[in-house]
Design a protein around this ligand. Structure first.
Ligand SMILES: NC(=O)c1ccc[n+]([C@@H]2O[C@H](COP(=O)([O-])OP(=O)(O)OC[C@H]3O[C@@H](n4cnc5c(N)ncnc54)[C@H](OP(=O)(O)O)[C@@H]3O)[C@@H](O)[C@H]2O)c1
Length: 327
């Protein structure tokens, strides 16, 4: 596979998101053996960027990735995220990017990932209670100590990105970017000016763009704990309207002779060598399908059709989650 650059960090063109192996989606945690096979298949196919976070589980996803990477650690770029677990007793889902919390969080992530360094360590959400300069200052110390190699941010917006980058170079911004979530295009010029890569999370629209959801019955069939059951784009009238988008992607896929998932990923790859999608799957066969998107070529007409897809109805997160996202 070709490579891409996230600032100074070289990674393969397509990464792997591990979240859904343990957390968030239907089937999470039900088949760790297949999830580990999926990680191994990814590494065998040349994927290097493996993405997890402290809050996924919490903790169980990092543990799974640590187990899966035993004996393969040096072949990959391990990326994880801190800042959504407050280790002062307030616990999970409490934003805390204070230097004291980071110093505790990193030790737990290193232990669970069974490694002596994290290649890319992201702040998961901007913490309104901690100046970004303090957060990045603490991360810069971890770089000096060799505990982390590169610093990332997630769902931060322009002012925070500039301020953070002024303290220590930021390698990557990880934010939702896909055919149906396009607002990252407003920040890409700044990222390019500063030499920061864009890691595109939920590049398959949480599975929607693959055509897996054909109607309310498919959403009802998801596990009770599956986030998508409350997701604005997967529910009510929005869902009915959004189905058209999946049809439009499938029409291009049929033309290209690829799958809808591959078209969704190939479109992201066409946005630039500094855009790295991290599709998530628990299944080894889907890892292979997604990685093969690196060989799918879209012509100018197909790209134009994809650029002009029907816009999505509904926010890309629930209102409560949107409050943690900077815009
Ligand atoms: N920074 C953040 O705040 C943030 C937020 C969300 C996600 N992320 C990261 O981004 C990664 C990817 O995002 P995501 O998992 O939310 O969404 P995604 O990659 O857009 O979609 C994942 C869903 O698509 C399904 N899928 C994957 N490949 C498929 C294929 N070829 N055909 C049909 N279905 C397919 C998966 O099901 P199966 O598992 O059953 O294949 C899963 O339900 C996560 O794993 C996580 O590491 C970060």
């Amino acid at each position: 596979m070709q490579s891409a650059h996230l600032g100074p960090l070289e990674v393969a063109r397509i990464g792997l998101g591990a979240m859904g192996m343990s957390f968030g989606y239907t089937g999470a945690g039900s088949d760790d053996a297949e999830a580990i096979r999926a990680v191994h298949r990814a590494v065998d196919l040349g994927v290097t960027l493996i993405d997890t976070a402290e809050i996924y589980g919490p903790y169980t996803n990092e543990e799974l990735v640590g187990r899966a990477l035993q004996g393969r650690r040096d072949q990959v770029v391990v990326a994880t995220k801190f800042g959504m677990v407050a280790h002062d007793g307030r616990g999970p889902w409490t934003p805390d990017s204070s230097p004291a919390n980071i110093r505790l969080a990193v030790e737990g992530s290193l232990r669970r990932l069974r490694t002596d360094r994290i290649d890319l360590y992201y702040q998961h959400r901007v913490d309104p209670g901690t100046p970004i300069e303090d957060t990045v200052g603490a991360l810069a110390e971890l770089v000096e100590q060799g505990k982390i190699r590169h610093i990332g941010l997630s769902e931060a917006w322009r002012d925070t990105v500039r301020r953070a980058h002024a303290v220590h170079p930021i390698a990557a911004l990880q934010s939702e970017y896909s055919l149906w979530t396009r607002d990252q295009e407003q920040i890409l010029p700044l990222l390019r000016e500063l030499g920061i890569g864009l890691v595109a999370y939920s590049p398959l629209g949480r599975g929607f763009l693959t055509g897996a959801i054909r109607g309310p019955q498919d959403v009802e069939a998801l596990d009770d704990g599956d986030f998508r059951k409350d997701h604005p784009r997967f529910t009510g009238e929005n869902l009915a309207r959004n189905l058209r988008i999946a049809d439009e992607v499938r029409a291009v896929a049929d033309q290209v002779g690829a799958t809808p998932a591959q078209v969704a990923l190939a479109w992201l790859l066409a946005q630039g060598g500094d855009v790295v999608p991290i599709p998530g799957t628990r299944r080894a066969d889907r890892v292979a399908e997604n990685v093969a998107a690196a060989d799918v070529q879209l012509d100018a007409r197909q790209l134009a059709v994809l650029d002009g897809l029907t816009p999505a109805e509904g926010g890309h997160h629930t209102d409560a989650q949107m409050e943690l996202i900077e815009r």
